[in-house]
Design a protein around this ligand. Structure first.
Ligand code: TRP
Length: 443
């Protein structure tokens, strides 16, 4: 089930609806992911992580409002719900069910090391409080819920900020553990960090973040945008004095919106001693030029929440076309089965652990995609050469699964050479795998 034949690259983006979208969200995530979603060969998933919001926000009205605002922001910025799969996490009940499956293959020790949880712990310890003070089990489980978001749709790429990379690695780990225990079901996801969209500084020069209270709202009315920009912290140099671009939040925000030439012009103006008031006016106009047309669409959408609700429900149906059958497959894999259907001899556990050879897909440092065929004890029988994409590797695996011995010959140049003895062991493993698959897929 991992990456199936000729599947496009799946990219998955989630935002937690716990506040009003700001320029940092736009520059760091929304703008880039919407653009990427129209690239050929990309299949995008966009969702509102409202289950995640429950971890941080205990104000129901705020969650509702924020969910609407973020959905409207994405749509205003050009997300096409016909083209992508656009949904609300809580409409996909399978995600909570998968969270439990993953919970049961995730080491508690792994979660102990998660940054968000550890940060709270360290803060408590520093204050001399109980380490678990203010730590809900929800905060502790955050990475598992996020893993379920990603693995449910077999995403290959997850664009995130650096602070989220650890979560993607944990999701990868969960996928690996599950696959090892129950057979190949999950694609191993990769984080995608775009350094060009690095973090935007906020009003006070620190990273723009709701938790610092230093944000500029993305779709604030014009006058408010201007006022917020006027409050960006600068140094006290007077007009006429040369200014430093280094460490200037104003300059960095400008750069995130401007072309290279525009940025150069502002750099010169800094050297020539532009007054801060004038620089702020330049920044305001530059941002407003990009945002104004989007703001008009945003306002329209915000005035029509029923339309957004309708779009999200259609998106949920589309998402559940994937999540429902996949969950059926996973339930069967772990042993939640129809009792009247054929049983694995020797019990499910033994069958899963002992009887099955398996394929392992992975990516190497050279950037290529590889797979191995492992026997039931985990020893490698076959080793592929490097493929340019996971899809190509997936196609070779599918051919081996379906045509077995014949494919071994046909695909010889895509596999590392092995002796005749190993070849016949590989052949036997493929036969065993085919048999195990037909035996369990009858239900
Ligand atoms: N944790 C992410 C954030 O706060 C939001 C999120 C939840 C997410 N599930 C995800 C992002 C899955 C990517 C993939 O920014």
């Amino acid at each position: 089930m991992a990456s199936s034949s000729s599947a496009p690259l799946r990219v998955l983006t989630g935002i937690t609806p716990s506040g009003t979208p700001h320029l940092g969200n736009y520059v760091g995530s929304i703008r880039h992911s919407v653009r990427q979603s129209v690239a050929p060969g990309v299949e995008s998933f966009f969702f509102l992580a409202d289950y995640h919001a429950l971890i941080k926000v205990q104000e129901p009205a705020l969650i509702q409002r924020s969910t609407l605002e973020i959905a409207a922001s994405w749509l205003a910025c050009g997300l096409d719900p016909e083209r992508v799969t656009f949904y609300r996490q809580s409409d996909i009940a399978e995600i909570t069910e998968l969270t439990w499956f993953l919970t049961c293959v995730t080491g508690k020790g792994v979660l102990n090391r998660a940054h968000a949880y550890k940060a709270q712990l360290d803060k408590n310890v520093a204050k001399g409080e109980d380490p678990d003070s203010d730590v809900t089990a929800g905060l502790f489980m955050y990475p598992v819920l996020m893993g379920a978001d990603i693995l449910m749709f077999n995403a290959h790429k997850v664009p995130v900020g650096r602070d989220q990379v650890q979560h993607i690695e944990m999701a990868r780990d969960m996928a690996q553990r599950f696959n090892h225990q129950y057979g190949e079901h999950f694609t191993l996801p990769d984080a995608e960090i775009d350094d060009a969209v690095a973090t935007l500084p906020g009003l006070d020069g620190r990273k723009m973040s709701k938790s610092y209270g230093n944000t500029i709202a993305l779709f604030a009315p014009r006058a408010q945008l201007q006022k917020q920009i006027a409050s960006i912290v600068t140094d006290s140099r007077a007009p006429g004095e040369p200014k430093d671009t280094e460490g200037s939040a104003l300059f960095q925000i400008y750069q995130a919106f401007a072309s290279a030439e525009e940025t150069e012009t502002l750099r010169k103006a800094y050297v020539d001693g532009i007054g801060w008031g004038d620089a702020k006016q330049m920044l305001f106009e530059r941002i407003d030029r990009e945002v104004a047309p989007l703001r008009a669409r945003y306002d329209e959408l915000m005035n029509n929440p029923a339309e957004i609700e309708r779009i999200l429900l259609i998106g949920a149906e589309k998402a559940r076309k994937l999540s429902r059958p996949f969950m059926t497959e996973l339930r069967h894999a772990v042993g939640l089965r129809n009792l009247a259907a054929g049983r694995d001899k020797g019990g499910a556990r033994k069958a899963a652990k002992v009887a099955k050879p398996s394929f392992k897909q992975y990516r190497e440092r050279d950037g290529l995609f590889y797979f191995k065929l492992l026997d039931a004890s985990g020893a490698a029988l076959l080793q592929s050469r490097g493929f340019a994409s996971p899809q190509e590797a997936g196609r070779a695996i599918a051919a081996l699964q379906q045509q077995r011995g014949a494919a071994l010959t046909a695909l010889a140049d895509q596999l590392e050479p092995v002796g005749t003895e190993e070849l016949s062991a590989a052949n036997a493993a493929l036969e065993a795998l085919a048999e195990a698959t037909t035996a369990t897929s009858g239900s």
